[in-house]
Design a protein around this ligand. Structure first.
Ligand SMILES: Cc1cc2nc3c(=O)[nH]c(=O)nc-3n(C[C@H](O)[C@H](O)[C@H](O)COP(=O)(O)O)c2cc1C
Length: 508
């Protein structure tokens, strides 16, 4: 009994000390006015996301990804039954609801395989229009988007890379350089941002010799110049010295423990002509296809780029269009919420510029921004994307629970943190199969959707097949809404024959 009294006295003493502290401190008015109980507000606020996620919100309410969306990714990743029974829960007649117009006579594939692993190569050869020595046909139209080692843990990067190898898709390194965890068997797209990590001079400029060395050091299939990303366009970045561990320093080519700054723009080019020159320089050193990634803001840039490419016959082999709805490890809220066009409008801007220049069939377009679901991916492709990049959906496949703590280093599942206690829970071998299963399931559904629309490949689904409800009794197709002409992307018999050839011959 005596120990109960002691415990009670200790607790009471602690509460008295806390109350005195609350009363004299000046930082928080709520604690000064309501000592002790005021802490409840902070406690509830800190677990608010979890409360809403598990208890309060409906299956299709949460953002950025609803519970239904996350459940689909988890189920496909674990190869559980991803089907939903009894019919849809959605309100099909709500404005902006997407409907896919299927064909009366679906496409019957030559070798129907509804359940096996799904090959789904790109309908375009990357780098073909510029005759790059390293031109190739990507084996998968679904690939893993840029997320650097530093924003993600070593275990997460390894899981994604091994997963890419299993799924035979590509893994974009992100702008943090190529680390040892990126070299676990998956093919890479090496992303180069304004920090030039992996090809950087000591003062932060571009080092061509180091670039060549890094290209030769791993299974790098293409180079992506990052101009901007949808969640923080027009912003640079800063990696605090405390986070620059020996491994991160090695991948980035910077000194251990020193803060590194990525400026908000490249030093190697300053206008369309010099951008094209730099693309060509990287391509001639590496022999690889070279592309750019950008969020879409200023419209004139895209018109000038397309016109410049058409006039000179030079320039990027691919363009990754990142929607403003895209994710990030950390960004100011106003940039994530209000800067850059969402994917649909962004892609329309870029694609139309390239149509006007007659280059839309030459350049490969990649889309990203919450496109890792079959209907979203199909919508993206109907607007011109040839391939889809998935970032946060791939994170979810390896265990992300959308805690939205990427910027705090406290990611509870070890995906977006460098905290070794938290990362030890993430087993790269186990999670690699999960991300591979998810990628395969997305490809499978995309294929089935294309077949339902009467064509052999999703890139042949026209924007006239995707409709959005304007009002409950009026649907508008993407083609009409954005003024797409059927001739830009027609389902012509030659295109169908070419794609059937890709499937049957198994050629990459
Ligand atoms: C944790 C994290 C880190 C990211 N790092 C990069 C990066 O290094 N370079 C880049 O271009 N985009 C980066 N992104 C953006 C993604 O590559 C992608 O463009 C964006 O999240 C949209 O795809 P999603 O909706 O499938 O996530 C990052 C996103 C996340 C969530």
């Amino acid at each position: 009994m005596w120990w109960l009294l002691i415990a009670g006295a200790v607790i009471l003493g602690a509460l008295v000390i806390l109350a005195i502290y609350d009363l004299v401190q000046k930082r928080h008015a709520i604690l000064r006015n309501f000592p002790i109980v005021g802490h409840l507000r902070y406690a509830l606020e800190s677990i608010g996301p979890e409360l809403r996620q598990y208890i309060v919100t409906d299956n299709d309410e949460e953002r950025p990804f609803t519970r239904d969306e996350r459940r689909w990714v988890y189920a496909t990743a674990k190869q559980q039954n991803p089907y939903f029974g009894f019919g849809t829960n959605n309100h099909l007649e709500e404005p902006d609801y997407m409907v896919i117009r299927h064909a009366a006579f679906p496409y019957q594939p030559p070798k129907a395989d509804e359940h096996g692993a799904h090959r789904l190569p790109s309908s375009k050869v990357l780098g073909e229009w510029r005759n790059r020595p390293g031109a190739f046909r990507p084996e998968s139209i679904v690939n893993i988007s840029a997320m650097s080692f530093g924003s993600l843990s070593a275990q997460a990067i390894e899981a994604l890379n091994r997963g890419a190898s299993i799924a035979r898709c590509m893994h974009n390194t992100g702008e943090g350089g190529v680390s040892s965890y990126h070299r676990k068997g998956g093919d890479l797209i090496w992303q180069i941002g304004t920090g030039y990590f992996g090809c950087r001079t000591p003062d932060g400029g571009f080092d061509a010799a180091q670039f060549e060395e890094t290209v030769g050091s791993g299974p790098i299939k293409a180079i992506e110049i990052k101009m901007s990303q949808g969640a923080k366009p027009g912003l640079g970045g800063l990696l605090p010295g405390a986070k620059v561990t020996a491994e991160i320093a090695e991948a980035r080519g910077v000194p251990v423990g020193e803060t590194v700054v990525s400026p908000n723009r490249h030093q190697t080019f300053s206008d369309v002509a010099s951008l094209i020159d730099w693309v060509e320089e990287l391509a001639s050193i590496s022999g690889l296809p070279v592309g750019i990634k950008s969020a879409i803001g200023e419209e004139d840039f895209w018109r000038e780029l397309a016109e410049g490419m058409a006039a000179t016959g030079r320039g990027p082999d691919f363009i990754t269009v990142d929607g403003g709805e895209g994710g990030t490890g950390a960004a100011p809220m106003v940039f994530s919420d209000h800067v850059a066009l969402p994917y649909r409008l962004g892609m329309v801007t870029v694609y139309k510029s390239f149509v006007a220049a007659g280059l839309q069939e030459k350049v490969t377009f990649i889309g990203s921004g919450k496109l890792g679901f079959p209907q979203q991916a199909l919508m993206a492709m109907s607007l011109g994307a040839d391939m889809i990049n998935v970032a946060r959906e791939a994170m979810i496949a390896i265990g992300c629970i959308q805690a939205q703590k990427c910027h705090t280093d406290h990611c509870p599942v070890g995906v977006a943190t460098q905290n070794s206690w938290l990362t030890r829970g993430l087993d790269p071998a186990n999670k690699s199969t999960r991300v591979a299963n998810y990628v395969d399931a997305l490809r499978a559904d995309l294929l089935r959707l294309a077949w339902a629309c009467g064509v052999p490949h999703p890139s042949l689904v026209p924007p006239s097949a995707i409709e959005f409800l304007a009002t409950p009794d009026n649907a508008v197709s993407l083609a009409n809404r954005f003024g797409y002409d059927a001739s830009w992307k027609s389902v012509d018999p030659d295109a169908v024959a070419k794609l059937e050839g890709i499937f049957e011959s198994g050629k990459g």
